[in-house]
Design a protein around this ligand. Structure first.
Ligand code: OGA
Ligand code: NI
Length: 209
């Protein structure tokens, strides 16, 4: 067993050195199952909306860039996250602020569903100059995901070089990926199965201030 602090330490060191970190079993299987029930309920109740791409919300154009559907999370209300995930995330943020000298004040997050055949082209998560997103984090919710299922997160780990500089990460249940939002370009490769995740951003300003 690794203590929370040991996990957070490893992660904050990776972020300081490489601008990203991947942690397996950040969420337990039980937790992923709980969260998936919540996601599937909301999805079946038609609460997910087609995602936009910031400046340019023209439907056809957007669909060529990204094909996911999203549900913005109100952390006061989404009970499947309250038991463990949110307290754990808050503890992690406190740690990051101390160890990486960040000043994260808030976060925003949504669930994502990528139906079969969809993807998200290469992009940065900061759309505007004044964007206050510091770190992107993604929790994957897919049990028994295989290489041939596609839907990898392709992270361009060295932005100075060309397309050869990337790593592909499978969206496996429990896996947590975190990276600097203004530095690392990334994309979601075409998925051959419905792909579920929770994506969020740690922010330097509180959203209601
Ligand atoms: C995003 C994104 C990656 C993923 O939502 O901005 O890049 O692996 N998601 O879901
Ligand atoms: Ni992104």
């Amino acid at each position: 067993m690794h203590s929370d602090e040991a996990v957070f330490d490893r992660c904050s060191q990776h972020i300081s050195n490489d601008n990203y970190s991947v942690i397996d079993q950040f969420l337990t299987s039980e937790e992923v199952s709980d969260i998936l029930v919540g996601v599937e309920n909301k999805y079946s109740q038609d609460k997910f909306k087609k995602a936009g791409v910031g400046q340019n919300d023209d439907y056809n154009n957007t669909s060529q860039v990204r094909g996911d559907l999203i549900y913005w999370i109100d952390s006061q209300k989404v009970f499947e996250l309250k038991r463990r995930f949110l307290p754990y995330l808050n503890k992690f943020i406190t740690h990051l602020n101390q160890k990486c000298f960040l000043s994260i004040k808030d976060y925003e997050m949504h669930y994502s569903v990528y139906p079969k055949g969809t993807y998200y082209k290469r992009h940065l998560d900061q759309f505007k100059k004044d964007d206050n997103r510091v770190l992107t984090f993604i929790c994957y919710l897919n049990f028994d995901w295989r290489k041939g299922d596609g839907g990898d997160l392709r992270l361009y780990t060295n932005q100075k070089n060309t397309d050869a500089q990337y790593i592909d990460i499978l969206p496996e249940a429990g896996r947590f990926v975190c990276f600097k939002s203004d530095v690392l370009e990334h994309e979601v490769l075409v998925t051959n199965k419905t792909r579920y995740s929770l994506t969020g951003w740690m922010l330097t300003r509180a959203m209601d201030s």
